[in-house]
Design a protein around this ligand. Sequence first.
Ligand SMILES: Cc1cc2nc3c(=O)[nH]c(=O)nc-3n(C[C@H](O)[C@H](O)[C@H](O)COP(=O)(O)O)c2cc1C
Length: 335
Amino acid sequence: MTPVVPPLEIGEHTIWPPLILAPMSGVTNRTMRALYKPFGLGLTVTEFVSSNALQYGSKRTMEMIDQHGIEKPVSTQLWGDDPEVMAKAAKVVRECGADVVDINFGCPAPKVTKTNGGSACLRDVDRCEAIMAAVVNAVDCPVTMKMRLGWTEDKLVYVDVARRAESVGIKAVTLHARTARQFYRGSADWDHIKRLKESVGIPVIGNGDLDDPHVALQRMRDTGVDAIMLGRATLGNPWLISRIRDLMEGREAQASPSDADRLRFCIVHYKRMVDELGEARAVPQMRKHVALYLKGIPGAAVLRERIMRIPTANEAVGVIEATIERLERESSVAA
Ligand SMILES: Cc1cc2nc3c(=O)[nH]c(=O)nc-3n(C[C@H](O)[C@H](O)[C@H](O)COP(=O)(O)O)c2cc1C
């Protein structure tokens, strides 16, 4: 292996490859992080967890911060607007196995921003600084932060917030290069990511719209970022991760798997979710994943409709198995 990029350093952790799975609420649960990590992720992050909810420690909240069985280092993400509550929550997640605590200043969802959490914090950079300082002082592990460019286009605060982050001891910062008001509209502007890298000394992780291995590497080179974070494009396509890792390790990117192999892995994912969450929770959660694994497969639209209505895991897996058989029949006829 002749790496073409250096590892990411977050405090005492050397992370290889510098490739991170984005936290995605309702998606990147423990099962999914454990399944996707071996594709070549250097780091995984939990879904964001409410610092307020952690005070009550409900079963569901504790499940969200569960890191068992995932290759270390692992990161746990917190959101909230109160420095003291965030500090207490950071202690809890640290005790529950987080090697890195990540602070969320990026979520644009109204249910979060209406309580001044997530990206709403970017409206008050002094509060951002107080939260970051409180969390850094609360734990004996590195603390990182993930943010958007700012709340609105006319007030981009990312450089200011990142400089404050550096000054209070934050060890790395991720930038999803959109404003909160943009939600997911338009495209991430990597020029801002480059500017951020030029503005701070701590590692910068670039995020937004990466869906191609060569473009991802080019983004790293063009901006000088220390790592990249991948979100939506990995869903149903974890091979994007292994293909980027190939390039980072100086190899040609392996070919993408056949449609049938993609669906075989979908079944592995499905069964693992049923084993770990139980059928009643796994079936509705797997609908969106199956839809994504089906992307680009002939007849996907009809299959997706069917899967949305199927109430049991056995039936859903049966439909996927039948699709694999059909794809193999068709490819043997074509050959
Ligand atoms: C369904 C979904 C849930 C998300 N949840 C979180 C979250 O919990 N914490 C967070 O920091 N970002 C969250 N994000 C944002 C992603 O981490 C990432 O910044 C964004 O999707 C842009 O990256 P991408 O273009 O590679 O998907 C979420 C995104 C999606 C699509």
